[in-house]
Structure formats: structure tokens, C-alpha cells
Design a protein around this ligand. Structure first.
Ligand SMILES: *[C@@H]1O[C@H](CO)[C@@H](O)[C@H](O)[C@H]1NC(C)=O
Ligand SMILES: *[C@@H]1O[C@H](CO)[C@@H](O)[C@H](O)[C@H]1NC(C)=O
Length: 266
């Protein structure tokens, strides 16, 4: 009785092929329907008024995907190898409320990096990156609550100037814990920068500019004085020479001239 088993085998192979193509087709359709970025996983956001959740975590991405659906509400790009956020990356995502960029290699947020998110973004995770400083130009008024912890922050005059220009939720700024500082002996290393309120890291800089000004002014002053001294000396020399010349003139000629002028007057 070899016939039934052969029939069964043939049919199961056909069935298996059919099933596989069906699975492939659904995957393709699913991909087309959600128009999700390659390798990322998209789903509809639960609860809220529509929008998608896009997960691109742990994909060894070195660049942020360009084809993010414009109705994305939550975007997870954590645990990748991103090194920078270029300008206008999220510009066309008007619904984006949550953005997770934690656990990357971010050292630079270019000016305009978060452009277009000021109205919508509520939570921004930048923790566990390589950020040393913050450029207010990157945020353009983003008011989100942010996780800024676990970055090698360099507390210096530039960061001090940047802080008041950031619209991020103030509590978020407590996450900026100084790893290095300029000047090095400012005593803020290992401290949240925000709590060192009476510290002025721009003072040292002001002092050095003051000293430079002083030195320059002193230089000019010295030059002017030396010139004056030289001028006076030179003129004295001239005057002396002139006097000597006058003395060396024959005195009789002078007298006759004098008398002649007197006579003409008379
Ligand atoms: C997304 O883009 C489409 C087509 O350009 C547009 O019709 C739609 O309104 C956009 N959605 C959002 C949330 O901006
Ligand atoms: C901020 O990020 C760190 C490390 O990535 C995490 O341990 C911490 O729980 C986060 N804090 C908040 C308030 O989300």
C-alpha cells in the first residue's frame, strides 16, 4: 500500500508551500499597510487618538530611518549606534509625543535637530549617550520632560550660557551631572549642574579677558609715553642745536641789523 502515503506526502508539500506563500503575502501586505521603516516594528498606538508606535530598538542602526510614517506618535530608537541627530530629522512628524534616543553614541545634536516638535513632544529620552554639551539651537523651544542622565557632561561657560535658553522641563536639567568642568577645580564634578547655583564658570573667562585688556592697554600706554619722551628729547636736541647756531652767528651783523631797523623806525 505505497500509494496513500505518497499522496499524503505530495499533498502536504503543496499545502506547506501554499501556507508559506500565504504567510509571506500577509507579511508583505502588513508592511505595505503600515508603511513602516525597514526592520522596524510598527503598531497602532493604544488608547490615544490614533497614530502609530514605531519600534526600532536594538537594530545597530547608525542613521535614523528616513521613512518614518508621518502619523507616528511614539518612536523608539534606543540601543542603536546613532552618533548624531541631523537637522530636520523629525520635521514631518506632527503627532510625535514620545521620542526615545537613549543608549546610543550621540555626541552631537545639530541645530534644528528637533525642529517641528515644539508643539507635540512631551517626553524625550537622551540618557546614556555621549553628550558633553547642549546647544539650545537643537531644541528650538521643545518643552518636553527629558531624561538627560548618564552622559559625560562638560560643565563650562558654554553650558552655563545654554541652560537658561532651554525650554525643556526644568526638572529634567537635574539630569545634567558634570563629568568634567572648565575650570577643572570648579568643584562641580559629580554634581548636578543646576544645583551649583552661585557658581559662575564664565568668571574665569572674564578674568582672562580682563587681564588681556589690561596688558594691551599697558602696551599702548608704554608706546605713547616712549614716543612722547622721544619727541621731547628730540626737540630739546633741536632747540639746543638751534641755540648754538644762533650763538655762533657773528654778533656785529646782528647789531648793525638792529640799528638799521631802529633807524627805519625813527
Ligand atoms: C500624512 O501625509 C498624508 C499625505 O501627504 C496627509 O494626507 C496626512 O494628513 C498626513 N498626516 C499627518 C498626521 O500629518
Ligand atoms: C533615565 O535614564 C536612565 C538610564 O538610561 C534610567 O535608568 C532612568 O530610569 C531614566 N529616568 C527616568 C525618569 O525615566
Amino acid at each position: 500500500m505505497p500509494l496513500p502515503s505518497d499522496w499524503l506526502l505530495r499533498h502536504s508539500v503543496v499545502m506547506w508551500l501554499l501556507l508559506q506563500s500565504l504567510v509571506l503575502m500577509t507579511l508583505c501586505f502588513h508592511h505595505a499597510a503600515t508603511s513602516c521603516s525597514k526592520h522596524c516594528y510598527c503598531s497602532d498606538s493604544e488608547g490615544q487618538s490614533g497614530g502609530k508606535t514605531m519600534r526600532c530598538s536594538n537594530l545597530r542602526l547608525t542613521e535614523i530611518p528616513r521613512d518614518i510614517p508621518n502619523d507616528t506618535r511614539r518612536l523608539y530608537l534606543d540601543y542603536n549606534l546613532l552618533t548624531s541627530v541631523p537637522a530636520n530629522t523629525f520635521q514631518n512628524l506632527p503627532l510625535l509625543t514620545e521620542l526615545d534616543l537613549s543608549h546610543n553614541e550621540l555626541a552631537k545634536l545639530e541645530p534644528g535637530a528637533f525642529r517641528g516638535l515644539a508643539a507635540s513632544l512631551q517626553f524625550l529620552d537622551l540618557s546614556s549617550n555621549k553628550l558633553e554639551t547642549l546647544d539650545p539651537e537643537a531644541f528650538e523651544g521643545v518643552q518636553a520632560r527629558s531624561n538627560l542622565t548618564n552622559n559625560p557632561w562638560r560643565c563650562d561657560c558654554a553650558l552655563q550660557m545654554a541652560m537658561p535658553r532651554l525650554a525643556l522641563e526644568p526638572v529634567s536639567l537635574k539630569g545634567i551631572v558634570c563629568e568634567t568642568s572648565v575650570p577643572e577645580d570648579a568643584g562641580v564634578q559629580g554634581e548636578p549642574f543646576l544645583l551649583a547655583k552661585d557658581l559662575d564658570l564664565c568668571v574665569a573667562l572674564k578674568k582672562t579677558t580682563d587681564v588681556a585688556m589690561l596688558v594691551t592697554m599697558f602696551g599702548w600706554f608704554t608706546m605713547v609715553i616712549s614716543y612722547l619722551v622721544y619727541y621731547v628729547r628730540h626737540n630739546q636736541e633741536d632747540a639746543r642745536r638751534h641755540l648754538e647756531y644762533l650763538k655762533s652767528l657773528p654778533s656785529r651783523q646782528g647789531k648793525s641789523e638792529e640799528s638799521s631797523t631802529i633807524s627805519t623806525v625813527v
